[in-house]
Design a protein around this ligand. Structure first.
Ligand code: COA
Ligand code: AMP
Length: 633
């Protein structure tokens, strides 16, 4: 069936479409209800079904006789190690780990924070939680202790699974001291922690609180302890993943169990065109949604081999690292963020380091996480010689809203567009008043409710915030907070966020959260953070601050303090390196800071004088300051 026919079939009978997709999953109790429109905030999927994600991702493949197939390949240039884990071995690991967690007091519905680097054990930890019906919340390693504490508090975590360290190229990230600090400042202390000791940098464990992973696993094995897959409702949360909102408090995106499996399993064949036994590699991090969906869950649900890569596109050891991994592990489909390709292209413009690697195994490259600039996309196409597919999604959805569905039809790729809407998503473009705009016109991209399976049913313990953030502005629709265009061929073009989120190296960051940190500096009266265009990372945060009257300290000193504060409070991942002092911030007459205009000045883009601006002269002051520091363009 063509894409057009598949999409039309979904639109004509969405429940039938998802009921068919649900057959790809082993249910404990098969759902009779596909969508209950009255359940939850906007309807819930598979409300009377019960299942277990770990069973579907691991055990069922072993039961089907594929225990010897590779489930995980851990490739770690930073520790110079590689490890292969079969499905049978993975089953043994997660059953044992599940029992360890149960012995730590973790039960069904309890929340477990996972704060780990890119090791195979991170995936095992996620699966072990799923096995015993616990709800994990993975925190990206680049976040600082206060961010980790916020998540421990909000999730009400009973336990934490962590590692003694992570390795950033050559720099050791001491996870234990970050974890200790986070627990120190958290209001709700987790009862127990399970720590994976890594040889390069073992940690001192806290007595009475911490268990050593290897010891606990050995003890459970010696006692013959194994956890079975517990039966959970399809609507029980599989995990919470915190993502940036417009304020400092991150949003806890909730993923339900049944719909998540159905949509991800469907996506593997239909979008990525991979099947059981194929090797799939998403070079992201388990801390991000791409890592949840396409390092851990989807490849394993589909019976593929997933590559867990603990390295960078460049520097581990060089810009040929991706080509080595693809050829060495026979990767069929590769998924990463455009920024990774920009980093490689920046260091090896002619892709000379590709020579010597047989990459004939590779059939497609998928890009997401940020807008793919056509130059990078063309470079990748030219050097890889395979289709390069930009696809668009969000933490909130868990899978692509738009793509080129390679398993359905290899539609023409349009550079600058992340493809066409996937079945499940009725994507529309509305003006600010909620009226549809003609094709080719820029507007707010929205998705008609109900959202398809896997998309968030709510925010963790924050239903009002869920409605306010996503549903209230355009009644009947989910607001994506992305602005863009649907063209005459039905392709989407994502142009910008409509909120204060910026995208730095494929990482979603809140300028509001950074402003909250800057505002706490004793000398700062007012501040603003914008995302300035950056050749490598897409955007970089740029801070502006006005000092309190009477402050007479050198600007550089205050700037250095602000940079340190953001690094200590939010983390290195914020990549906040530049702050500039200004006399005043440009505002509307009602006092709203004109961040968009400041960003355009920094990017040397044309802008219209905002009609409601209070004092246009401030814009010239801002330009002068930025020009003086070489920060324009
Ligand atoms: N743990 C601890 N620190 C981390 C981290 C982690 N998991 N990940 C990143 N950091 C640190 C980095 O070391 C860096 O620290 P520094 O300021 O001391 O140098 C800082 O956070 C910023 O990281 P990043 O913005 O990633 O910059 P980088 O220079 O280290 O790497 C790229 C640049 C392009 C190579 C890298 O960003 C990349 O591979 N991006 C792909 C992103 C991605 O996969 N996104 C997921 C969506 S698909
Ligand atoms: P995250 O929730 O971290 O995945 O970030 C989601 C946001 O990243 C989206 O709302 C977009 O702004 C941006 N994004 C993700 N993928 C794409 C893409 N393919 N093209 C343009 N923007 C993208």
């Amino acid at each position: 069936m063509s894409y057009k026919d598949t999409y039309a079939a979904w639109a004509a009978a969405p429940e039938e479409f998802w009921a068919n997709a649900a057959e790809g999953i082993d249910w404990i109790k098969a759902p009779k209800t596909v969508l209950d429109p009255d359940a939850g905030v906007y309807g819930r999927w598979f409300t009377d079904g019960t299942c277990n994600t770990c069973w579907n991702a691991v055990d069922r493949h072993v039961e089907a006789g594929h225990g010897d197939r590779l489930a995980i390949i851990h490739d770690s240039p930073v520790t110079d190690t590689k490890r292969e884990i079969t499905y049978a071995e993975l089953q043994d690991e997660v059953a044992t780990l599940g029992a360890v967690l149960q012995d730590m007091g973790v039960g069904q519905g309890d929340r477990v924070i996972i704060y780990m680097p890119m090791v195979a054990e991170a995936v095992m930890a996620m699966l072990a939680c799923a096995r015993i019906g616990a709800v994990h919340s993975v925190v990206f390693g680049g976040f600082a202790a206060p961010e980790l504490a916020t998540r421990i508090n909000d999730a009400g975590a009973k336990a934490v699974i962590s590692a003694s360290c992570g390795i950033e190229t050559k720099r050791i990230i001491d996870y234990m001291s970050l974890l200790n600090e986070a627990i120190e400042i958290a209001d709700k202390k987790p009862e127990a922690c399970l720590i994976l000791e890594r040889e390069v940098h073992p940690a001192e464990l806290v007595e009475g609180r911490d268990l050593n992973w290897a010891d606990a696993m050995a003890e459970a094995r010696a006692k013959g302890r194994r956890a079975e897959c517990v039966e959970v409702a399809a609507t029980d949360p599989a995990y919470i993943l915190y993502t940036s909102g417009t304020t400092g408090a991150p949003k806890g995106v909730v993923r339900d169990t049944g719909g998540h499996m159905v949509a991800l399993n469907w996506s593997m064949k239909n979008i990525y065109n991979v099947e059981a036994g194929d090797v799939f590699w998403a070079a992201s991090d388990v801390g991000w949604v791409v890592g949840h969906s396409y390092i851990c869950y989807a490849p394993l649900l589909a019976g593929c081999t997933t590559v867990v890569y603990e390295g960078k596109p460049v520097g581990t050891p060089d810009a040929g690292a991706f080509w080595r991994v693809i050829s060495e592990h026979n990767v069929k489909v590769f998924f990463t963020a455009p920024t990774a390709f920009r980093a490689i292209r920046g260091q090896d413009h002619e892709a000379a380091l590709m020579a010597g690697y047989d990459m004939s195994c590779l059939q497609a490259l998928f890009l997401a996480g940020e807008r793919s600039d056509p130059a990078t996309l063309k470079w990748a196409e030219e050097h890889l010689g395979v289709p390069v597919i930009d696809h668009w999604w969000q933490t909130e959805t868990g899978w692509a809203i738009s793509a080129i569905p390679m398993g359905i039809e290899a539609l023409q790729v349009k550079h600058g567009s992340p493809g066409v809407p996937m079945p499940g998503y009725d994507v529309q473009v509305l003006d600010d008043a909620g009226n549809p705009v003609p094709n080719g016109t820029l507007g707010n991209i929205v998705v008609k409710l109900p959202l398809p399976p896997s998309c968030l049913p709510t925010l963790w313990n924050a239903e009002d915030r869920f409605r306010k953030s996503y549903l209230n502005d355009f009644p009947g629709y989910y607001a994506t907070s992305d602005a863009g265009i649907l063209d005459e061929d039905g392709y989407l073009h994502i142009m910008a966020r409509t909120d204060d989120i910026i995208n730095v190296a494929g990482h979603r960051l809140s300028t509001g959260a950074m402003e909250e940190v800057l505002a706490h500096h004793k000398d700062v009266a007012e501040c603003a953070v914008v995302g300035k265009a950056d050749e490598l990372k897409g955007q970089m945060p740029l801070g502006f601050f006005v000092t309190k009257s009477g402050v007479n300290r050198p600007e550089e000193e205050i700037c250095a303090e602000l940079v340190k504060m953001v690094r200590d409070e939010i983390g290195a991942v914020a990549a906040f390196k530049t702050a500039v002092a200004v006399q005043r911030l440009p505002k509307t007459r009602s006092g709203k800071v004109l961040r968009g205009t400041m960003q355009k000045i920094a990017d040397a883009e044309e802008y219209k004088m905002p009609a409601a601006i209070d004092d246009p002269a401030i814009l010239d002051e801002i330009r002068e300051v930025l020009e003086g520091k070489g920060l324009v363009g």
